[in-house]
Design a binder for this molecule. Structure first.
Ligand SMILES: C[S@@+](CC[C@H](N)C(=O)[O-])C[C@H]1O[C@@H](n2cnc3c(N)ncnc32)[C@H](O)[C@@H]1O
Length: 213
């Protein structure tokens, strides 16, 4: 699809189904204000995440890669009473900004920001599982490892979603280590024995897998 049409369609979906309130707008701008990379998901991808979490009745969610809390805010808002989002962030600065974001959005009571390398934090989180939904949006070269963790720690029927599955189309002809990592990740997901999977070609591609019963 022509890139210009694609952008207009994304904006059309966002305007209809994912209008941002003040809190989401502030959180989207927080990376600029705090000299952090502006690499959050788009609003229509946030709405897609909400629908995916809702479709599996998610009460316990793990997010890997918090940044300023933008995707976490979309997810946490969809939690039922008593639900919880554990969001894992390596950078202490990003984690601090995210805590402020969740506070501003009135979500601190249902979000735990866990600061540290996901490789360590996920080992600890395994003890509090199983989980209903896992969202992967961090270092691309570790996606396959995060996927295996999700497959082991989701309840049957639970879902894993991974952002940037298409890398702007570059998974077709990888140009960097991250592109190659995502192309490899997509193959691992497609053949994963514990998961039914596909890629939703919306935004930069949302790969999803549902744990087999
Ligand atoms: C693409 S951003 C996340 C964007 C966020 N999900 C959103 O849409 O609002 C990736 C984040 O993952 C964090 N990260 C990278 N490697 C990590 C690791 N090994 N463990 C935990 N977090 C990591 C980065 O510091 C960065 O904040």
């Amino acid at each position: 699809m022509d890139e210009n049409i694609r952008t207009q369609i994304d904006q059309y979906i966002s305007a209809l189904y994912a209008p941002e309130d003040d809190a989401l707008q502030q959180i989207r701008h927080a990376p600029q204000q705090h000299d952090m990379p502006a690499i959050a998901i788009a609003a229509h991808e946030g709405r897609l995440l909400q629908m995916l979490a809702l479709s599996v009745n998610a009460k316990k969610i793990v997010e890997i890669g918090t940044l300023a809390g933008y995707s976490g805010t979309w997810l946490a808002r969809m939690l039922p009473p008593g639900g919880v989002l554990y969001t894992v962030e390596k950078s202490s600065k990003h984690a601090e900004v995210a805590r402020q974001s969740f506070e501003q959005a009135g979500l601190s009571n249902r979000v735990e920001v866990l600061q540290g390398d996901a490789h360590d934090i996920l080992q600890k989180l395994a003890a509090s599982g199983p989980y209903d939904f896992v969202f992967i949006d961090a270092d691309k070269t570790a996606y396959a490892m995060y996927l295996n963790w999700a497959a082991d720690n989701l309840r049957p029927g639970g879902m894993v979603a991974a952002h940037n599955a298409l890398r702007g189309g570059r998974v077709l002809a990888p140009q960097s280590d991250d592109d190659r990592a995502m192309a490899a990740f997509n193959r691992v997901l497609a053949e994963h024995p514990q998961l039914e999977s596909t890629i939703i070609a919306v935004g930069d591609g949302m790969a999803i897998g549902i744990k087999k019963r």
